[in-house]
Design a protein around this ligand. Structure first.
Ligand SMILES: [Zn+2]
Length: 477
């Protein structure tokens, strides 16, 4: 595609100038946060959408004249921006919100896994996978997330589980990469079973191209997987042309495990195994040194930064500024914690400032890039989504701040997104031109029903957890 000089070629055809009979939706007169390479934020702009893609952007007067017969969605006093990309999540985490578990309080991240998350994993069922994914997709959609990357974990609900997750994704109508998180926590066999579920789903995806759930490969973390499993997972992801993800140096236990068992740090081990690359997304990367950041830069490996989860688990602050200085791709995730990505953006903005004791440590626009175009880059989708440019898929949101004490214009929009806006301010959501949310109401699924399904599943899960035992990491080299 060539978008130069206002002339657009899509699939080899000249499209500028004869959209008037084809454009089906005109979003008019908003403050347009393009997230393009020139970082343009434009006032009084309209966006013309045809066949699920952005056909044209331009001044409202010009586009209204050209597309007089299109359906109009008024964005006056509103922000038009790309749909948000959540680069790392666990939708099943939804079922634990507010749970009061009777456990000995954990004192570090490894104990959080052993006493909270691993018993939850053990107790999960296939129905829980659907229920949690359904309510998570509803919350994502309602707060402006149009694409996410999810990994599910549950040693007693492996085979077929990704079909249940995918059904929820398609019920709600946003887009998601879905994966089963392979781990050898209990046995080598468990690890290969987990991978096999990803293979099964990748095969199914070939015959189901209409589904909005796409295959992702996932490994839990370097301290619960062997070199063999890492190599096998990488080879399978490449075979299926799917991205692959692994939790990396989230707590210090990961680094210690690799130093003790392999004589090298986590990213060094992954690099030596040939695992790193542009199709790889490492979640967290809190405990990395400069040498490891260099490996990420050299191999064009992506990182999903999860500031709110890192604060919740008290694991520390990822060296995001150093990564950005080295041009490492850094996107933003929620790690299954707070699903409103505007809150996660605000947390990232504040965290790096206080951590570096520098009020100029990171700016609002850089955070916005992490949540949009850089999130798209993590998964190789930067030519399709992540910015509002002609030819790209029409994944975009319209935001109407509920309270707006100062003017909204091109200069203030990025600041308002970080300091003013919450997920509840997202008014309309479009996924490939389809209106998934209109005026705060989902068009695809009954929100109340989704909540009831999730509440029932969570109640049963909490009962099962009352008798659950802590899980100890039995994996050794
Ligand atoms: Zn995670």
């Amino acid at each position: 595609m060539d978008f130069r000089n206002g002339t657009h070629f899509i699939n080899g055809r000249l499209t500028s100038g004869w959209f008037c009979s084809l454009v089906v939706l005109l979003i008019r007169n908003g403050v347009l946060v393009t997230m393009d390479s020139q970082r343009r934020i434009l006032e009084g702009q309209s966006v013309a959408i045809e066949d699920g893609r952005i056909a044209e952007i331009g001044s409202t007067a010009e586009l209204e004249k050209r597309h007089s017969r299109a359906e109009v969605l008024d964005a006056s006093g509103r922000i038009i921006m790309p749909g948000i990309v959540c680069g790392h999540t666990h939708m099943y985490g939804m079922l634990l919100r507010g749970a009061s578990l009777k456990i000995t309080p954990p004192s570090d991240f490894t104990q959080i896994l052993q006493r909270v998350w691993w018993p939850v994993d053990e107790a999960l069922t296939l129905e829980d996978a659907y229920a949690s994914a359904l309510v998570a997709c509803v919350e994502f959609a309602k707060s402006g997330v149009t694409t996410f990357a999810d990994t599910y974990s549950g040693p007693n609900s492996i085979s077929g589980v990704l079909d249940h997750v995918a059904r929820a994704v398609d019920d709600v109508g946003i887009k998601g990469f879905v994966a089963f998180e392979a781990t050898e926590r209990h046995s080598r066999d468990e690890g290969f079973k987990g991978l096999q579920e990803n293979v099964r789903f990748a095969e199914r995806a070939k015959s189901n191209p209409e589904s909005k759930a796409k295959p992702l490969f996932s490994l839990h973390a370097s301290f619960t997987v062997s070199d063999d499993l890492i190599r096998e997972a990488k080879a399978l992801a490449q075979k299926y042309h799917a991205p692959i993800t692994i939790h990396t140096s989230e707590g210090t236990g990961d680094v210690q495990h690799n130093l003790e068992n392999y004589g090298k740090r986590t990213v060094e081990r992954l690099n030596d195994l040939g695992f790193l690359g542009p199709d790889v997304v490492l979640a967290h990367c809190v405990n990395l040194n400069d040498h490891e950041v260099g490996h990420l830069a050299k191999t064009r490996t992506g990182v999903a930064h999860n500031p709110m989860s890192n604060m919740l688990n008290a694991v520390g602050v990822a060296p995001v500024l150093r990564m950005l200085e080295r041009n490492v791709k850094v996107g933003l995730g929620n790690d299954g914690y707070i699903f409103d990505m505007f809150e996660n953006m605000r947390a990232a903005f504040l965290l790096h400032r206080v951590h570096h004791k520098d009020p100029n440590a990171i700016d609002a626009y850089t955070i916005l890039e992490m949540a949009t175009i850089n999130g798209a880059r993590l998964y190789g989708l930067e030519r399709e989504i992540g910015s509002i440019e002609p030819g790209k898929k029409a994944d975009l949101i319209i935001v109407k701040p509920d309270v707006l004490p100062t003017p909204l214009n091109a200069q203030s929009a990025a600041g308002h997104i970080i300091h003013t806006v919450d997920g509840d301010d997202v008014e309309h959501v479009l996924v490939e031109g389809k209106r998934v949310m209109k005026g705060r109401k989902l068009t695809t699924f009954d929100e109340g029903k989704a909540q009831l399904i999730a509440q029932d599943a969570a109640g049963e899960l909490w009962k099962r957890l009352e008798t659950a035992k802590p899980q100890v990491d039995s994996f050794k080299k």
